[in-house]
Design a protein. Structure first.
Length: 98
């Protein structure tokens, strides 16, 4: 798969942008699918919508692998990984505080 030139930069900022944008887009996609399932079958994918937030962070595994292993762009891969770790920590602080 050929990537445009600006996506082949080894930049922590590019990785951070990917790490934020991809989960947001995937979360919106999951919400859309959830609404579709609700309209068609009168059921939600899950009764706990915060699980969709956690599931949306999984999409970052694909670009992390692509940037770290295939392209050998460590800064970009680590940027994605750092943002993913922060998103998961935010999830646990927000939804499992006591």
């Amino acid at each position: 798969m050929k990537l445009p030139g600006f996506l082949k930069k080894d930049s922590f900022v590019l990785g951070a942008v990917f790490g934020i944008v991809l989960p947001v887009v995937f979360y919106l996609f999951l919400l859309l699918v959830d609404q579709l399932v609700l309209e068609l079958f009168n059921r939600h994918l899950t009764h706990k919508h915060h699980l969709l937030y956690l599931l949306s962070t999984v999409v970052n595994l694909l670009p992390v692998r692509h940037y770290l292993i295939k392209l050998k762009l460590e800064k970009t891969g680590l940027g994605i990984l750092a943002v993913t770790a922060i998103l998961i920590l935010v999830y646990f602080f927000l939804f499992f505080k006591q």
